[in-house]
Ligand binder design. Sequence first.
Ligand code: GLS
Length: 819
Amino acid sequence: MLDNHFKKEEFKKSVKENVKMLYRKTIEEANQEQIFQAVSLAVKDVIIDNWLLTQKQYEKDDPKIVYYLSMEFLMGRALGNNLINLCAYNEVKEALEELGFDLNVIEDQEPDPALGNGGLGRLAACFLDSLATLGYCAYGCGIRYHYGLFKQKIENGFQVEVPDNWLKDGYPFELRRPEYAKEVKFGGYVKVEYDPATGRNNFVQEGYQSVLAIPYDMPIVGYNNKIVNTLRIWDAQAISEFQLDLFDKGDYRKAVEQENLAKNICDVLYPNDNHYAGKELRLKQQYFFISASIQAAIEKFKKSHSDLHDLPKKVTFQLNDTHPTMTVAELMRILLDEEGMTWEEAWEITTHTCAYTNHTIMAEALEKWPIELFSKLLPRIYQIIEEINRRFIQEINNKYPGNQEKVRKMAIIYDGQVKMAHLAIAGGYSVNGVARLHTEILKKQELKDFYEMYPDKFNNKTNGITQRRFLLHGNPLLADWVTDHIGDGWVTDLAQLSKLKVYADDKKAQQEFMNIKYQNKVRLAKYILEHNGIEVDPRSIFDVQVKRLHEYKRQLMNILHVMYLYNQIKEHPEMDFYPRTFIFGAKAAAGYVRAKLTIKLINAVADVVNNDRSINGKLKVVFIENYRVSNAEMIFAAADVSEQISTASKEASGTGNMKFMLNGAVTIGTMDGANVEIVEEVGQENAFIFGLSSDEVINYENNGGYNPMQYFNNDPDIRNVLMQLINGTYSNGDFELFRDIYDSLLNTKSSDRADTYFILADFKAYAEAQKRVEEAYKDEAGWAKKALLNTACSGKFTSDRTIQQYVDEIWHLDKVTIE
Ligand code: GLS
């Protein structure tokens, strides 16, 4: 119905029918939320036809499948994106206008399914979009958290977390599939039974509690190709409720326990990014969705193949970080205990089916589970990991006879802990980093010993983003302009953006490009006025840092620099200064005290600066509440300057950097993560690079750190700014409010190293780079050229390219087209 041959009248009829069926209302009586539901159902109807077609084609072609296993899928809203990928956005917009509705307003009714924290979860979502668009058979496998990442409210400048009950009105783009439910077992003990018939021991888990995993499927619509893949997220249900007959009715206590287990598992997403919390419930979540996903995958494989030895030819399990590493052991368990294979057979299959992506070098993100916890919750899985470890240590000993140091550093179980990254590396055929620099650091530093042992497993896959969401949907003005100039091939082949380079010096093109930027800034200014009550001037430089709040990302350096600028303007009112709006957006993990205090500091500085009439609005600071995928799309479109200022070596890749670039923002940043490759594409002269290199940072770290005090003592500007943290300037005279931040930079009172993230070391270089930004912006034509070239050179950073590299070098999938 939608498709290219979209029939408007039919669609309108279907929306009216849905309103009637769902709400017993006429379209005039329905509210916007109800219209959203009705429209979504009409769209889902079309999608389901294609979903069925896709399934038929897959059955016919029997292509190799990738299962992208991830604790997080940060999908963002589906309605607009589905319409875009069905090529029906404009038609539906018109149809709704004729019914008296505004599609933008309807889209705003949709909750953001926030089943992820940040980059890692959003990357998974971009990958699903690209896989469907490129015609590869892929399943996303994850968890149906009842509460996604918390909603952020700012009260008195502080972050307050509010539960995100995204399912409360029902989510129209999901399909419950109870017929594919799987049982997942926890606890109990393992009974070993000798089987004289086979001469082998059988391992049987007994005395366990189980939970039923119920899949909910969400369609992943490919762009203009009729392909619809599946994101399968698992929900937990008590087994007693589901199948009374299977359950020992007499055991009341067990019934209640199983009931509780089921209730808790899918409650919430842990709100940590780049940080491991080590909670038992998290471990349960991991095994829950992995066991269900792997069972389902094996069952599916067996339906159309007779020999499980062929599994690696037909299936890859891609582990999105270490969170799904349980896959290695669960697959072994199924092959050994349920399929009766020998260890060697099972290991051969497993190690050719699993592949691991590392997303961070932050030490605090490394998952290490205490043995007691692990073995109690997953006794059979633990047994299998013990055996994997025993054999792995043998392998290390064979390769490095007598080298205990190697065993200590590489063992999977050591020091009372199960090290998930080691298991993922030993149990898979591929280990990849997510940007060139990151992969090199893995090879040379973090995973050096593993690289030495298995050099062929290591490879790089630089991240990417989908242009369908972050340009076509998020920035329609620029998308149209690009299409007017080079045609619409870029939608599925982003490299074509390079054709825009010929317009870099074209005055008319420059003006049009900057006029679009201006209109997007007006759109964002309106949002800021509505949400923050702050008036910002769209002619000022929009300087934006939006991402999770983390010390290594150095939002603190940004706001300290704002404080420094403010001091400058106050001291030299006559100084030439181009008006600037500093825009922040960031959620902090609920338990990350210093990150939350940084949010307070940003808001405190905003309060003082925005209300100081003496500076004539030259400086504005805005903290956008509840940064998420839906407002991100608007923010990227409106940015002039993209802040990518992590301590070099710490940001594995970054993907926001790519979204800004695509939308014509110019990067100010360190040589970290994918920034390195961004600069390589766009040229040094079209970015503002500063600060310590990753080698320098790593060097300091390996040699006991550095002394930030020298900067405090020798640089009055830095000293001034730091003193303002503890003299009440931004805290109504309260000397203590920001003392922790002050201490973190200077004081060795705490056990941490002072200024762990080299803020003072980089501060002056950053300020100097910001000065260059200002000078460059004053040159209108020069800036327009830079901005335009950023868009024109961003082709490499499409997730289509990333996925094609995964396919060519790791997954080896077959391309499918719908006949
Ligand atoms: C992350 C990294 O911190 C990002 O640099 C990276 O872009 C992203 C996707 O690869 O993964 N790792 C993580 O734990 N959270 C992330 O966003």
